[in-house]
Write a protein that binds this ligand. Structure first.
Ligand code: ATP
Ligand code: MG
Length: 445
């Protein structure tokens, strides 16, 4: 993309309404525009990152064997009356009436609807296990929408639902989700710690939340610092392997890590003092096992191997797709702007032309642009007439992890400058070497 043709409404001033870094930076980098409290338009740069996050979520869900579908945002109140949640949900639910006076609602979550889909088609245990998921907009009329996309009213969520014959099978689905979530967050450059949590309005026995540590997080968390040393890394996971998924769950959850709702001071105090941590975290996902809570009242049963009808065991599993943008920025920025992890960056590399209109410099920039495009990488080329300082400031603000600077002086010696946004370090090399270096970096992502 050539910046002169793009739509990137960067703001010079810090918007007064933004209290935390990610909100401030998303507004300044022209990623979002607020339309009403907690409701945002996703401007091109923000939309690109949102799509990258969605893509990673889809890839990791499907790697785990989960099947995508798409359910509507508007739901009929009748379904929610069946589960008893229509009245129980409270003022967070946006209730709507259509022209025929039918009660509708904008879905805050989809347990009822997915259970309805399941019971309409699945009749036998032979069709299990089954996990269906979608990535769809949700609406929750939050009392206090704030921090930009972090706590919106309209927000994008991945929500998945597993259907299993037995509790044991459903617990494997739970473990499988835990593992796939760890992998999802790691690919986004995030460490999200699974913490035992409270089940809230979804209900159920078993639940973990995934928290990204950040001073601006809304949850208070208590953990053993040793949990931050564990990562999945490149290990090979067989999602059908019950023992392997169980072992990963144990590895990641046996050390103490809890939110304030489930915190137990006595147990916490048994951790060696130098490893005890009290901090804040951003909830980027949650998994639940809730057994037959919805399948029983809604009649989602299958015929078991013994010929008897039995309600299926279920769980639901959510990832805050739009909230993740805020969480990633909270975890990765400095005073100049955002620092995108390679896995989600809106453009792979920035090209800065230090002397727009100089035939040689323009030609070198065009050649770099073509080379990247031919490799399937997306450069953002600042081909505007802005002075160098302004170009660097914008690139730093929008946070592309790599920048190539092209100027007449370097070109005399046959070199351009490659700069890492994260370390600020620059290195001179030929344009060909710069392309090869960037290509090698992204070969892993
Ligand atoms: P919270 O405790 O933050 O209100 P929740 O526990 O009610 O969230 P879940 O039902 O677990 O939310 O939804 C799954 C995920 O969706 C959450 O882990 C979070 O990342 C995201 N999410 C929930 N509410 C919002 C919101 N208002 N804005 C943006 N993302 C949200
Ligand atoms: Mg939650």
């Amino acid at each position: 993309m050539r910046l002169s043709r793009y739509f990137l409404p960067v703001l010079k001033e810090t918007p007064a309404e933004a209290q935390i870094a990610s909100h401030r930076l998303m507004l300044r980098a022209g990623m979002i525009k607020q339309q009403s409290a907690g409701i945002y338009s996703w401007l091109p740069l923000g939309f690109k990152v949102l799509k990258n996050i969605e893509r990673i979520v889809h890839e990791e869900q499907q790697r785990a064997g989960h099947i995508p579908l798409l359910m509507p945002t508007l739901q009929s109140a009748d379904l929610w009356r069946e589960s008893g949640r229509y009245d129980a949900y409270g003022p967070e639910m946006l209730r709507i009436r259509d022209r025929h006076d039918r009660d509708m609602l904008f879905g805050p979550t989809n347990e009822e609807m997915i259970t309805d889909i399941f019971r309409s088609y699945v009749k036998s245990y032979k069709d299990l296990p089954l996990t269906l998921y979608h990535i769809q907009w949700k609406f929750r009329d939050e009392v206090r929408p704030r921090f930009g996309v972090m706590r919106g009213r309209e927000f994008l969520m991945k929500d998945g639902y597993n259907f299993d014959l037995t509790k044991e099978d459903a617990l494997h689905a739970y473990n499988r989700h835990l593992v796939s979530y760890l992998r999802t967050y790691e690919r986004m450059g995030l460490q999200a710690i699974p913490m035992r949590a409270d089940s809230g309005p979804i209900g159920g026995d078993d639940t973990h939340e995934f928290l990204v540590l950040a001073d601006t997080g809304e949850s208070e968390v208590f953990y053993d610092s040793a949990v931050t040393d564990i990562s999945l890394g490149k290990r090979d996971i067989d999602y059908d392997d019950v023992a392997q998924c169980q072992a990963v769950l144990e590895e990641f959850t046996s050390l103490y890590a809890r939110t304030d709702e489930t915190h137990d001071e006595a147990v916490f105090n048994q951790i060696p003092e130098e490893r005890r941590r009290v901090a804040r975290g951003i909830e980027v996902g949650q998994i639940f096992y809730f057994g037959t809570k919805y399948s029983e009242p809604m009649g989602a049963t299958v015929q078991g191997p013994d010929g008897k009808q039995t309600p299926v065991h279920m769980g639901s599993h959510g990832i805050g797709v739009s909230r993740l943008l805020g969480a990633i920025i909270e975890a990765s920025h400095d005073d100049k702007g955002i620092i995108w992890p390679e896995g989600v960056t809106p453009f792979h590399v920035g090209i800065v032309n230090l002397r727009q209109g100089d035939a040689e410099v323009d030609a070198a920039c065009d050649a770099l642009y073509k080379s990247f495009t031919a490799l399937g990488l997306e450069p953002l080329y600042d081909d505007t007439d802005e002075r160098a300082g302004g170009k660097f400031a914008s690139m730093d603000l929008i946070g592309l992890p790599w920048r190539i600077t092209v100027g007449p002086r370097g070109l005399k010696n046959g070199v351009v400058e490659l700069t890492s946004r994260r370390t600020g370090e620059s290195e001179e090399m030929t344009p060909e070497d710069a392309v090869a270096r960037i290509a090698a970096i992204y070969a892993d992502h």
